[in-house]
Write a protein that binds this ligand. Sequence first.
Ligand code: ADP
Length: 851
Amino acid sequence: MSSVSPIQIPRRLPLLLTNEGVLLPGSTMRTSVDSARNLQLVRSRLLKGTSLQSTILGVIPNTPDPASDAQALPPLHRIGTAALAVQVVGSNWPKPHYTLLITGLCRFQIVQVLKEKPYPVAEVEQLDRLEEFPNTCKTREELGELSEQFYKYAVQLVEMLDMSVPAVAKLRRLLDSLPREALPDILTSIIRTSNKEKLQILDAVSLEERFKMTIPLLVRQIEGLKLLQKTRKHKQDDDKRVIAIRPIRRITHIPGALEDDDEDEDNDDIVMLERKIRTSSMPEQAHKVCVKEIKRLKKMPQSMPEYALTRNYLELMVELPWNKSTTDRLDIRAARILLDNDHYAMEKLKKRVLEYLAVRQLKNNLKGPILCFVGPPGVGKTSVGRSVAKTLGREFHRIALGGVCDQSDIRGHRRTYVGSMPGRIINGLKTVGVNNPVFLLDEVDKLGKSLQGDPAAALLEVLDPEQNHNFTDHYLNVAFDLSQVLFIATANTTATIPPALLDRMEIIQVPGYTQEEKIEIAHRHLIPKQLEQHGLTPQQIQIPQVTTLDIITRYTREAGVRSLDRKFGAICRAVAVKVAEGQHKEAKLDHSDVAEGEGCREHILEEAKPESISDTPDLALPPEMPILIDFHALKDILGPPMYEMEVSERLSQPGVAIGLAWTPLGGEIMFVEASRMDGEGQLTLTGQLGDVMKESAHLAISWLRSNAKKYHLTNASGSFDLLDNTDIHLHFPAGAVTKDGPSAGVTIVTCLASLFSGRLVRSDVAMTGEITLRGLVLPVGGIKDKVLAAHRAGLKRVIIPQRNEKDLEEIPGNVRQDLSFVTASCLDEVLNAAFDGGFTVNTRPGLLNSK
Ligand code: ADP
């Protein structure tokens, strides 16, 4: 290329008003577009335009406040750069904007603004790179000396840079191949210049002037680089990694150089960091690493990605609580009172926690097992963890492990990764700011596993008192002492906790609550807490116990109290609206015909009336009465009841029995349904069953077939071979939930016995137990949760394996009173208890038709 290629720009150009930088011909820049005018321009010219011409814009620099959407056009800079839009990238975050990549073509001058809306368009006159321009030899001769001088400086500058960098080598080649006239613009945009200087160069329409103005800029840059190289030599630093075109930050006082506030700030930051490292009480090893890193940081140009990385690292190191801790105040009596005040029931858990704390008080050493609370959601596991922290006067931090499947989540990423971070343990320590917090490792049973390593293995190191005094996070790369941290874990089930982890922990089961316990918890804790959160007082809202019972039985079905708590939240919100509107008086009187909870309502009205009136004697408003939440109000607020007692309805046909299942969410009752049809003796099982459950079904059928004669069980054609010409279908409703385990054995037998005998199973009986081929009933787990579920569902009789009798001790007295328990060691006993009048050998199939 020997001359500037002539360019012809359109005479009318849409104007892009910018304030960020100055685009010079021959250079490229990115600019962000977010003002209404510019957005319009981009949309209608660049996104909708089809010709190459429509991608040429007039870029007007230095527009005061281009984002201002005022009616009038702001004063425009006289000279602009015609530019080609090479790329448009749009984004909606944080607000709608486009980023344009534009390349400068040539200067132009505004002759006249033709229209202002929706974006300005002007008639323009092209100022350089015209066709006649390169041919003016006279200009060349005149400028010869000047351009020669300029070229020499440019070459000197480029040769001072590191030629091994490809971009620098390319620049060197460009110096020779580009026409001299284009060099001032291009070099100005490359070297370090302020916007003001660039604007001056843009305004220098005459080439001579442009050369004259750029030479001092080049000289300044060369001086800067020389000084830099001298200082480098001085330090004997042969690290040639990056020599940026821009002079390195520290040399701010080159004569004529621009002051830069940012850099000063950065310098200050580094000095601050250094001071913090010096004064921090980190262990020697960590201190050494920090000193080394800060030395590296000082040498690094700020533009290097590693700069930010190192700085973040050092900031984390100085922030970590290496030696900061809170003093434990351990008073067992106070702890007991606090635990009792915060939590109702859960005696076993509270007892074990107190024991743990007592041992800590006597022996100031944490080398004990890690406590792990296992139970359904919403039974207060997290909340007890928080109370433990409170009793000890320690900071509390919860680390949610659900779904964590990468070990770097626990142990951090190595710093070589882009975006590397410390793991959750170190992050937690930084958040709490002390080295002896209570860490609640929530949901350890939901740890995942993936190609990125096993997070459970990383947790092992964290939890092992023998190892955790020098836990090394990959990001930190120096050991941190975790031995002062008190870890408490929670889980819904122990089945999915990795065995090695389970081995390090002491499991404390937290079973679900009975209805009575839930009512107490609601009235002692949940309701007062919700009232406070919603700014309500007991003078404004009353929730009687019958209503709470209604919510528990008809609107929630859970082992814990979490959705119960949410329902109270919903009620409080609804009442808050009424109270705020001051309209509740009539609404309450409307409900005087309510049938449910009658007695209780009267009782509360009597109590509340005098109190609320006397409480507000001097208010200008009439004395208020509390809004009473009765069943009607409940229906209004929460909608129709979600759960109805459907037990008796579903047991109106032979071939249905109720089993008791244990799930991580607590106990549940489970209907087992069976039907038979003509066929070839096949058994169909549906309802997402696991292998163990399928085997139980086969066992049950085999046992019934071998005992068919004894019980007079026949198939439809009266044969004792139950599968002769008969297919059986067994279904476990709630078909979407996977079910497994052996404890449904007795239920399947009962259900099939009912099907083949044609007799109804008692509608108030539920059962659980594993079976053997010989008809024995084996013990199963989760008895307390299962019994509570039966009680919740309003059943009266529960059949459990004899060897589970000891588990009944855990069941609260009131539940035991409401239920009658049958302990069975063989299937005969189960069947006798499950059918009215027993299921004796004498039972005749004739009963089938009578139903
Ligand atoms: P989990 O961690 O077991 O899922 P949470 O600790 O989050 O359950 O408990 C849910 C809510 O129920 C919390 O607001 C907690 O205070 C409350 N809660 C649970 N059990 C009790 C209890 N026995 N006494 C008082 N409040 C309780």
